[in-house]
Write a protein that binds this ligand. Structure first.
Ligand code: URA
Length: 289
């Protein structure tokens, strides 16, 4: 076996193990066999044959699992092992990902699909973080500071997002991946138009397919609307699991909204804790008294 095949095999084994562990932490003690799961939404159907999940909760399995409608919302389970192939293209080996992302970033930098944005931007803001991140945050579009620096979430909203990641979740910013629906700043920080979001979406889809995160955290309504194809707002979407092409996905308030509405921070903290639990991250001890 060549080194690269060996590496790909090890990466695949790592991904399968992590996914089984995430399913176990979510309380699933069985997963359906692959032939029983050809379609989105089928993950919670009662499987004809099932496979034990690593570290599954010890409760006895219910005799019948609820049949979920074919919707992107999953009520209790964050991840589905066999829905992962819904991402386009083959799994890219970790060692190749930086070069693939750099090539995609170069395409993005040359993009003029939205003539207004292309003529008003200082530069495109591709995204940054670990090419093998388990978790990807997706915001709306670059603001003024991002447009000047070429980096996502580095203004005031970015400072709050960084605190959410580091102080809240106990991760390093470099461990996750951060991107936006739009790679260009809309003039005056207005919301992205539907056409702009549709023009830019293929870039984000390719970015997600290269990184192949296990979890997505969609920040704010434009991200949720674009990726989950829903007209529901964040208040209705947050606090539960969704699925984007087989990836366990949560929606929460955008950090800019949290800066304007600090009372909503506790709900976002609840969303992050749900995410942390599914990722197997340690929750902070509750202060006594
Ligand atoms: N808001 C966003 O949605 N993205 C950024 O990168 C910065 C602010």
């Amino acid at each position: 076996m060549t080194d690269s095949t060996d590496g790909e095999r090890r990466d695949l084994i790592r991904q399968v193990r992590q996914r089984l562990e995430a399913l176990g932490r979510a309380g699933l003690d069985r997963i359906p066999s692959p032939p029983a799961l050809p379609k989105r939404g089928a993950a919670l159907l009662e499987p004809p044959v099932s496979t034990p999940v690593l570290n599954a909760a010890r409760e006895p399995a219910p005799s019948r699992r609820p049949v979920e409608p074919p919707s992107p919302t999953i009520r209790n389970a964050p991840a589905s092992l066999f829905s992962e192939p819904e991402l386009p293209g083959p799994v890219i080996a970790p060692a190749e990902r930086p070069a693939r992302l750099a090539a995609l970033a170069a395409e993005v930098a040359a993009c003029t699909k939205c003539p207004l944005l292309a003529s008003t931007r200082t530069q495109t803001v591709f995204g940054e973080g670990s090419p093998t991140a388990r978790l990807m945050f997706i915001g709306e579009a670059p603001g003024e500071t991002e447009d000047h620096t070429g980096r996502p979430f580095v203004g005031n909203a970015g400072i709050l997002l960084t605190d959410m990641i580091t102080k809240g979740m106990g991760l390093a910013r470099e461990d996750v991946y951060i991107a936006n629906i739009l790679k260009c700043r809309p003039p005056g920080n207005r919301d992205p138009s539907t056409e702009e979001a549709a023009n830019c979406l293929p870039f984000l889809e390719r970015q997600i397919a290269i990184i192949r995160p296990e979890f997505l955290c969609l920040l704010g309504s434009p991200a949720a609307k674009t990726l989950l194809q829903t007209s529901l707002g964040v208040t209705r979407l947050r606090g539960k699991w969704h699925r984007y092409r087989g990836i366990a996905t949560i929606v929460t308030y955008h950090p800019s909204y949290l800066l304007r509405t600090p009372n909503a921070k506790k709900e976002t903290w609840g969303d992050l804790q749900m995410l942390m639990k599914a990722m197997g991250l340690k929750l902070p001890e509750r202060k006594k008294g």
